[in-house]
Design a binder for this molecule. Structure first.
Ligand SMILES: Cc1cc2nc3c(=O)[nH]c(=O)nc-3n(C[C@H](O)[C@H](O)[C@H](O)COP(=O)(O)O)c2cc1C
Length: 576
């Protein structure tokens, strides 16, 4: 791998929205918009370290801008860009995909520079037509197409559908050997460092981003990696976070290994949605995250553009089907629904959701048809009519986990039964107390009964909890999140335990009928708890099927000084 020359032209001024312009290769400048405080993406995808929106300018004999930025950078972005280039001299705008965080300034750019030819995949141009509402020069590119900017900057386009939008293309510059990938290989990490010189700092964010955005398209990730393998790549210029150069092959290998594991998973859910219609893609991604959390692979399929043979193939492979209702007027989607119905069989699980587009196919007649074929319903139809909120996304996430758990139940029981008897009994001698963990984030509350809890540090005081990856509360226990550890008393634990062990439908209020009051960190304290501690998650360790969530303890209280903690004695070690 050859190092790409880096020279700073501009340094970040003080402030929480800043822009950095850096030469990353011959006649190639990165314009990095640093959003230091952004703490939420796709509503439910919490960010810990802000994010960046990276756009790139290549100045050969002709000039090309790759992507723009988020609208919130409007002023700062134009200031920087117009210092680099006279907009009337810009020849091309390459759109890697049409998501607003990268294309938020496209409409304005086309007003400021109407001569610009927009270069993008066919689907992206159609999408932009609807967004811009007036004609603009365009060039549709397919996989392998080339565009010569002169001075050796011959660009080659690589089609990378579903990474993570269906219209994604990568751009490879033969002169600098930089591959521009937009969302793929990115991460939400805001830092002045332009490149990946500190891999340990960013590895967790790289994985988190993959899990949230790419895991649901593992097969597409593998196809894209196959396509870029033949390119001699010096650096990957991503649309979010640091650019990848120092450990390039390592990052690509990680994507490959994670995706191979997904693609090989025995259990797959096919999740059909309609890109650009209502809130279909947002909701589909929230459901996909819930499914992924339960250890089941997901394949997202866009009903508007999928070929019918692909639809049939994925239905045949899948053990579960989730469908977001497409608009009634979409012929491709209607044909795809017929294909799904024809290929579905009684051994599959099904879940349906409305997408809030206003003209959805009616959900109940479709549900009846699946029931007639004998599919088992994994969750009741999700009727979403309003723009999604954190609550809606939590409901979708939990619905995803429900279908995942339904499909893995048999396997889990088999694994439990397979445990050696002696070992099982030995493990059963580990005993703990009984606790209710409660958490709250942006109005979404959750709770779970836990016994795998212990004090984990003295100074500062800290506790650790083992949280199964598919617990509903897991998404509220990310780094920085707050929770309350409620300790149950031995004289008063049974009714609370029974209540919190109920099977709650997606989005149910787990505190209905339970007396609570609000902790200073915003989480519910159970009025009947023996003691409570207010905590904040400061680290998480991945342990196979559980996360060890470590929280620093900020404050706490005991209700009854002389009462004892409820202790949970187990006979066997193969369940809690
Ligand atoms: C005695 C007992 C102790 C438990 N301890 C834990 C625990 O420490 N960690 C965990 O993830 N689940 C634990 N569970 C399982 C969850 O409490 C329970 O399955 C959960 O509330 C279901 O919630 P969900 O809808 O979020 O999956 C325990 C269950 C029991 C019966």
């Amino acid at each position: 791998m050859v190092a790409v020359t880096t020279s700073f032209k501009d340094v970040k001024p003080q402030g929480r929205l800043t822009v950095q312009t850096i030469e990353i290769g011959a006649q190639t400048t990165a314009i990095r918009c640093l959003d230091w405080d952004r703490d939420r993406f796709d509503i439910e995808f919490g960010l810990r370290n802000g994010t960046t929106y990276n756009s790139f300018l290549i100045q050969g004999e002709k000039t090309a801008l790759i992507d723009t930025s988020h609208r919130k950078f409007q002023q700062l972005y134009w200031q920087k860009l117009t210092k680099l280039i006279d907009l009337s001299a810009l020849d091309y705008l390459i759109i890697s995909h049409t998501e607003p965080d990268h294309s938020g300034l496209v409409k304005e750019l086309l007003q400021l520079a109407p001569q610009v030819t927009v270069v993008a995949a066919k689907v992206a141009i159609q999408f932009l037509d609807d967004m811009v509402h007036h004609p603009f020069p365009s060039l549709i590119v397919k996989n392998g197409d080339r565009l010569d900017l002169g001075n050796g900057h011959e660009l080659e386009f690589v089609s990378a559908p579903n990474l993570h939008w269906p219209d994604t293309i990568f751009t490879y510059d033969r002169k600098t050997r930089i591959l521009f990938t937009c969302d793929a290989f990115g991460m939400h990490y805001c830092d002045d460092r332009v490149f990946d010189e500190e891999p340990d700092l960013i590895a967790a964010d790289f994985k988190y981003y993959y899990d949230c955005l790419m895991a649901a398209n593992a097969r597409s990730v593998l196809s894209a990696i196959k396509r870029i393998e033949k390119l001699d790549i010096a650096a990957i210029a991503t649309g979010h976070g640091p650019l990848l150069q120092h450990y390039l092959s390592d990052w690509v290998n990680r994507y490959q290994q994670w995706s191979q594991a997904q693609a090989k998973a025995e259990t797959l859910v096919a999740l059909f949605y309609c890109q650009g219609y209502g809130w279909s893609d947002q909701l589909a991604h929230a459901i996909a995250r819930g499914i992924h959390r339960s250890g089941v692979a997901v394949e997202l399929v866009n009903l508007s553009s999928a070929e019918l043979y692909e639809v049939k193939e994925v239905v045949n492979l899948a053990r579960g089907l989730v469908i977001g209702m497409p608009p009634q007027s979409n012929d491709n989607a209607r044909a795809a629904l017929s294909t799904i119905l024809a290929a579905a069989h009684h051994k599959q699980a099904i879940g349906l959701f409305e997408t809030g587009g206003g003209e959805d196919e009616p959900i109940y007649p479709l549900r009846n048809k699946f029931q007639e074929i004998g599919l088992c319903e994994a969750f009741p139809p999700l009727l979403i009519k309003e723009p999604p909120t954190l609550q809606t996304e939590q409901i979708c996430d939990e619905a995803g986990t429900d279908i995942g758990q339904l499909l893995t139940r048999e396997r889990t029981i088999k694994e439990i039964k397979a445990l050696d008897n002696d070992l099982e009994r030995a493990l059963g001698r580990l005993s703990n107390g009984l606790y209710i963990i409660t958490a709250q984030k942006a109005g979404v509350k959750s709770a779970m009964l836990a016994s795998w809890v212990m004090q984990a540090s003295m100074s500062p005081l800290g506790v650790a909890i083992a949280v199964a990856k598919d617990r509903a509360i897991e998404s509220l226990l990310q780094l920085g999140d707050r929770f309350v550890l409620n300790v149950l008393g031995e004289d008063n634990y049974q009714s609370l335990m029974k209540h919190f062990l109920k099977r709650f439908p997606p989005g149910a209020d787990r505190f209905a009928g339970i007396k609570t009051y609000c902790a200073s960190n915003g989480c519910p304290i159970l009025a009947d708890a023996l003691a409570y501690m207010e905590c904040q998650v400061t680290s998480r360790m991945e342990c196979s099927d559980h996360w060890i969530v470590y929280g620093s303890v900020q404050t706490g209280r005991v209700a009854k000084l002389h009462a004892l903690t409820a202790v949970h004695h187990r006979k066997v070690g193969n369940h809690y």
